[in-house]
Design a protein around this ligand. Structure first.
Ligand code: GRG
Length: 301
């Protein structure tokens, strides 16, 4: 069984080669402008836990799939995640100046360029997955299902939907439990649910296994968001590499604002139970996911 760090190292090694550095200021026809390359790499290679791609690869290993052959799907998920962070940090969204321990993309490159770096990462992620699918025509249908899952997770019934609801609730001072649950599933959990489901398709999993992976992903995402909300109140900003205390300052709807610290912790325990139940059918092979979710419950960054 590989560790999160080992999976992250595999992903980092490949991500470094996706947009090779170009000669400063160059803009040859048929090539991307060097500025675009630099601004995408600035955020993509800025560290980060690489949770989502690691989980995709670990799910493939758990199911007996060939994770080495499909590494680019994992990298694509991280590229989509990085785009979402760049856009989330923009002044028109969460308006943040620090991310992954360094100034946010728009602070360094300007708002217009940061939007384009995000757009570039999103498009390039789909190119990368489709190129990988084309290298394996014998598994084209499974790969198409996997691309479709990832598009759904990132898309208008997934992460984008959650971000829209999040902005809308903030601007209209809406503070309902139903809205919060919607936001947490779509904005945060979908980027765990659907990459895990994609791993199922790429490994020839049964429909029941794909559903179980999705159920685990949802519980994991909800715990991830709840602990993010808790850390915004109680975490250490240097350890987390971002500004904290913003939720309360902005009057944001969070697990803590709605349920209080103890209530939010109780929800985390409930979701942990759901996640562990979903993993039962995989037996000891799912220990990576058991350990990962326990570490998330107890995380300090
Ligand atoms: C712009 C469509 C669009 C969506 C943005 C990413 C996102 C959706 C919002 C970020 C705000 C936030 C706190 C989201 C919930 C959790 C989250 C995605 C945290 C960041 O992910 P980590 O902790 O970050 O995995 P690293 O840097 O480790 O990759």
């Amino acid at each position: 069984m590989k560790t999160l760090k080992e999976y992250a190292a595999l992903v980092n090694a490949r991500l470094k080669t996706v947009f090779p550095a170009l000669e400063e200021g160059s803009f040859r026809e048929g090539e991307m402008p060097e500025l675009l390359c630099r601004s995408m790499n600035y955020s993509l290679l800025a560290g980060g836990k690489r949770l989502r791609p690691a989980m995709l690869l670990a799910a493939m290993d758990m199911l007996g799939g060939n994770s080495g052959e499909w590494l680019d799907f994992a990298c694509a998920v991280e590229m989509i995640h990085s785009y979402s962070l760049i856009h989330d940090d923009l002044p028109g969204m969460d308006d943040d100046t620090m991310r992954r321990g360094r100034p946010t993309n728009h602070v360094v490159f300007g708002v217009g360029q940061a939007i384009l770096a995000g757009d570039g990462l999103l498009n390039a992620a789909f190119e990368l997955m489709l190129q990988a699918a084309l290298r394996h025509p014998e598994q084209a249908v499974a790969a198409l299902h996997a691309v479709q899952e990832i598009a759904t997770g990132a898309g208008v019934t997934g992460m984008i939907a959650g971000q829209v609801m999040d902005l809308w609730c903030e601007r209209n001072a809406v503070s309902g439990a139903e809205e919060l649950s919607y936001i947490h599933r779509d904005k945060t959990a979908c980027m765990f649910i659907y990459p895990l489901r994609a791993a199922g398709w790429l490994s020839g999993a049964t429909q029941a296994q794909i559903e179980a992976l999705g159920a685990y992903g949802e519980a994991f995402g909800r715990i991830f968001q709840a602990t993010d909300d808790l850390l915004d109140v109680m975490g250490d900003s240097a350890e987390m590499g971002k500004t904290l205390g913003k939720d309360a300052a902005q009057g944001k709807l969070t697990m803590v604002s709605l349920y209080g610290v103890e209530g939010a912790r109780a929800k985390v325990e409930e979701e942990l139970g759901r996640a562990l139940t979903a993993l039962e059918q995989f037996g000891p092979e799912a220990d990576f996911f058991r350990e990962l979710i326990r570490s998330m419950v107890n995380r300090s960054k």
